[in-house]
Design a protein around this ligand. Sequence first.
Ligand SMILES: [Zn+2]
Length: 412
Amino acid sequence: MTERLYYPDSYLTTFDAQVVERLALNDSQAVVLDRSAFYPTGGGQPHDTGTLNGMPVVDVVEREEDQAPLHILASAIKPESGLGTGEQVQGVIDWPRRFDHMQQHSGQHLLSQAFVQIAKADTVGFHLSLEYSTIDLNHNAMSDVDIADAEALANQIIFEDRSIIARFVEPGEAAALPLRKAPPTKDWVRIVQVDGFDWSACGGTHVARTGEIGLIKVVRSERRGAETRITFLCGQRALAHYHMLNSLTRDLATRLTVGVEELPEAIERLQTEGRAARKERDRLCQLLLDHEAVALTSSAQVIGPASLVLKTFEAREVGEVRQLATRIASQPGHVALLGVRGAKAQLIFARSEDLSYDMRPLLQAACRMVGGGGGGGPDLAQGGGPHTDHLDGALQYALDLLTQQMENAREA
Ligand SMILES: [Zn+2]
């Protein structure tokens, strides 16, 4: 059984131990020690990293059958590294990573207790990841005020710099403590006690005084079924987040040449201006299309009883060309056979209400020539296909078909 040196002292960063077992684990090698300060992943807290005789330890996991912490090494063990069974090793813990985990985990205990006191909400899940920590509360109607109050209470306990003590207690004593959650066993249990505030059964590493947590900031809350997930940052992470937000808002304020406090007003002004500009642009676009349609109509070729506009546009927005087609067809006696050559060939055929020619067979025949298809009504049809080089031919073919329709109509 490995003696866990982090239980009595979470500030221990170097230790001597003996290798009791060496094993292969998938593609890596691992060792079991008689004593270790390395925290193995568990209870929502990630594992420590560090070195054994200078060799990087990249992961620490508990073996299922006997809970022995397996120290997984970055590379294969060489004979000269002194990590053979029975050899003495020196372990070094990556302290910045460990202290960060201590800040987040102790902060979690404060926040969980604060949610009990403020909103009668129990923590049913805890996860500490590389960037954020989360707790899941068994309560899905958490108000912003409740969250702000719980955050304020947790920070108040930090400012009071209370002691945090972790110790093993026998079952009788554990039963008498106001534990946040009943311990999983009726055996001796490790209790983490925040003086006068919180008592929890926990195997994690914690700071000695609440002041070391520095700060707790809730950054997000989301409803998840019957629960609420609270995302929070403690200590250095909260400070880094504040630094990021501060540079971001200052940068935005500089760009808008206003003070930080005037940002909401400045953004609202920009949005209003943007809306007005878009409206004006749309109005001008419509006006341009009106003029363009008039110009196209005036150059229409007269074929039988109809005035015909036949034109190919290069890389133009199809919606716009469709608007042109309907404008042209709004004039009595007009037909528009329009094409757009872009990523693919597009065709839009339209005719005035007072004409009776069916645009659909013309369009389908033309679309077949560009390798695609289309549909619509007798007076307005649209389609396309991938063969852009056949577009002009397809339009010409549609014109021939239309001329034929006109001749047939005249004969009948
Ligand atoms: Zn804990």
